[in-house]
Design a protein around this ligand. Structure first.
Ligand code: NCD
Length: 358
């Protein structure tokens, strides 16, 4: 269980994110997350353990013997996928991860089909899920809701872990985990994830994946971050303040081609127009210089990679899809492995999986 019972909500809410970490750990298994709510919970050691566990699960799942063993680990647990915002990959990869580990699942994909529509509070809905399930994987448009629900649950008579699968414009920690896993794998035989330049391009203001990944990258040595966006969608100051505080080098730019030339990874993102304050607000922004196409591909270094959390619109031209440096398809599949690792770790199966066959 998490130590969230030791602190009042009002006090917890006010803490800086890094100070919240100890309250979210599993008090029975040291250095293991119980609730996964934001990227600040993961340090380099934990990221490397998760990547090793994901590699192990990926390898084991290839053989019938390994797959059956994985499936035998968590048949006594059930996970609720509670998604009140659209999702394809995050939903399906969590679902597949549960299946790999033998968990059974239930889902709500539209609040209109649950009792919330009849006026039930979020707190009551979550308490209801915790009566039937052993983990909640949740996506919401509301910033901080997963955090509040985690506190509620930890202080209830049936605490269960929450995984934040995307909260508002704010955080998407499991996406950042799969992004880091993809970067680690891509550079594994090429000197590792250090001394690299990572360029973020697109809607950096409202893209929650950028905030979470930018933070996780600060765990690695000498990773320079370049933020390329139209001025109206540039990276928010809270992200830059963290980089300043950690002494991370970064650049804010509007020149994608110049950034691509010096990048080891280019992380493209979609314009998040669902957050527009007025109709057509995003459409009025000139975004034509913030797309990755044949010209950008020519400029990308030979060992550079192109990433995207997906879904994409036209910010990466389909002519890039077959280039070996296009990593977005593998990135998507990596999500299934790293989420399997996170769920297995949360339920205390890290050692058992790592020791399989030893
Ligand atoms: C992202 C999200 O939902 O924040 N998608 C995802 O989870 N893979 C990015 C997006 O919607 O643009």
């Amino acid at each position: 269980m998490a130590k969230l019972t030791e602190i009042a909500w009002e006090e917890f809410e006010r803490l800086p994110l890094e100070a919240k970490r100890p309250y979210l750990e599993n008090d029975a298994i040291p250095d293991t997350p119980y609730h996964t709510l934001f990227a600040q919970q993961f340090d380099r050691g934990l990221l490397e353990r998760l990547a090793a566990l994901a590699n192990r699960i990926r390898f084991m799942a290839k053989s019938k013997e390994g797959a059956l063993y994985l499936k035998s680990l968590l048949p006594h647990k059930r996970a609720m996928l509670y998604f009140s915002q659209p999702s394809s990959r995050t939903f399906l990869s969590h679902l597949a991860a549960c299946q790999i580990l033998g968990l059974t699942t239930g889902s709500v994909r539209d609040a209109a089909t649950s009792s919330e529509f009849k006026g039930e509070s979020k707190e009551d809905s979550i308490r209801t899920f915790s009566s039937y399930f052993d983990m909640i994987i949740m996506r919401t448009p509301e910033k901080g809701l997963a955090e509040h629900m985690a506190w509620e649950l930890s202080n209830s008579s049936r605490p269960i872990p929450i995984l934040n699968a995307g909260s508002g414009k704010d955080q998407h920690p499991t996406q950042a985990l799969l992004d880091i896993y993809t970067l680690l794998r891509s550079f594994e035989t090429k000197g590792g994830l250090k001394d690299r330049t990572v360029t973020f391009c697109g809607d950096l203001l409202r893209g929650r994946t950028v905030r979470s990944l930018s933070y996780l990258l600060t765990n690695f040595d000498n990773i320079r971050q370049v933020f390329v966006a139209p001025q109206q969608l540039q990276v928010p100051t809270d992200v830059l303040e963290i980089l300043d505080a950690k002494g991370v080098k970064y650049e804010v730019s509007d020149d994608l081609r110049a950034a691509v030339k010096i990048s080891d990874a280019v992380y493209m993102t979609r314009i998040q127009d669902e957050w527009d304050q007025s109709k057509g607000e995003s459409a009025r922004i000139d975004t034509h210089l913030f797309k990755f196409g044949a010209e950008e591909l020519k400029l990308l270094p030979k060992d550079g990679i192109i990433m995207h959390p997906l879904p994409r619109r036209d910010e990466i031209a389909t002519c890039c899809d077959h280039d070996p440096r296009a990593m977005y398809w593998r990135q998507m599949r990596n999500g299934m492995w790293i989420r399997s690792a996170l769920i297995a770790m949360t339920f205390g199966f890290e050692k058992q999986i790592m020791c399989f066959g030893a």
